[in-house]
Ligand binder design. Structure first.
Ligand code: PRT
Ligand code: ZN
Length: 285
């Protein structure tokens, strides 16, 4: 039987979360990311451990069928691969930053300036779209040091908390793209591997949906029951059961994390009591 070969970052910010996602999807590996490859026991899958920079090309070439990379690497390498799922972790942004003492009035201020980056393709495209021509210097690391040593006027780099910029005396002035971990796939997968990919993506979606949702139980006074139901629509509609105590019902439903606190506040205002929120192990979507 054929296996699906997935490329995962060997060691770095994406590694542990990616392996954990596979684990949550019921795919356990005979451990050791120190190795080059490992084979899953419970699913026909093989993991190939690579540097993140290399993953898009290996997937295009078919050395791996699919891969997990930062969207920034996918965009930078502009390989002939398809983005098939966003995974929501390792979020960051790619931004232009200038020394904090500079006044910055807009992109036109970067005309003719030297910008240091490890992402020249994304930057050149952005500058061209905005009709600005700057002098893009490609550096493979420590980009944030370039202005202080006088080799650049600005930088274009990954920003997460922003503390690296601040500690290098820089300020973020343009957010060019947002990035998160994504699944990319080769464009010519065979029938058997495509079927495995569908199965894998189905499992991954169930894991992601579960982590984005919570199961909620609460006691509702019957006079506000309809209003409470309107606040929490649930997957289809909430389950409502009478409580032993006259005039009260028990309501069960699923809440999305994004709207969670707003909904909880409204429920409290409507007189809901005994609110319990429970993590969901898997959610079949
Ligand atoms: O060895 P290999 O080439 O595989 O790894 P790598 O060193 O190139 O990548 P790695 O592990 O650092 O990052 C992998 C991916 O994680 C990136 O491609 C991004 O998609 C994503 N990611 C998320 C980040 C960050 N957050 C991040 N904060 N990648 C890098 N950083 C760095 C950034 O370069 C900067 O130096 O962290 C610093 C900024 O962080 P803040 O919090 O100070 O703003
Ligand atoms: Zn890298």
């Amino acid at each position: 039987m054929e296996k699906i070969r997935i490329a995962i970052q060997k060691s770095g910010r994406l590694s542990e979360k990616s392996l954990n996602l596979l684990k949550e999807a019921g795919i356990s590996l005979n451990n050791g990311s120190r190795k080059l490859r490992s084979v899953a026991q419970s699913f026909p899958l093989e993991v190939i451990y690579l540097r993140d920079d290399d993953i898009p090309q290996y997937v295009e070439d078919g050395v791996a069928d699919i891969g997990i990379v930062g969207e920034n690497e996918f965009a930078e390498k502009s390989c002939q691969v398809d983005l098939i799922e966003r995974l929501g972790y390792s979020r960051c942004r790619l931004s232009i930053a200038v020394p904090k003492s500079e006044t910055y009035g807009g992109l036109e201020d970067l005309e003719g300036k030297r910008i240091a980056t490890s992402y020249p393709v994304i930057l050149e495209k952005y500058l061209a779209e905005h009709g600005v021509s700057s002098d893009v210097h490609t550096l493979s690391g420590s980009v944030e040091l370039a202005p202080s040593i006088g080799v650049a006027d600005a930088v274009f780099d990954i920003v997460s908390s922003g503390s690296t910029l601040i500690s290098n005396g820089l300020k973020e002035v343009e957010v060019v793209m947002k990035s998160e971990a994504v699944v990319i796939a080769n464009r010519n997968l065979g029938e058997e591997v495509s079927a495995l990919l569908n199965d894998l993506i189905f499992r991954i979606r169930s894991v992601l949906a579960a982590s984005n949702n919570k199961y909620i139980l609460l006691n509702a006074p019957n006079e506000n029951l309809q209003k409470i139901i309107d606040v929490i629509p649930g997957m289809k509609s909430p389950t409502v059961m009478p409580l032993a105590e006259e005039g009260w019902s028990s309501v069960h439903s699923v809440l999305n994390e994004k709207t969670f606190w707003g909904v909880i506040d409204s429920l409290r205002e409507l007189g809901a009591q005994g609110i319990l929120v429970i993590p969901i192990e898997k959610m079949i979507v």
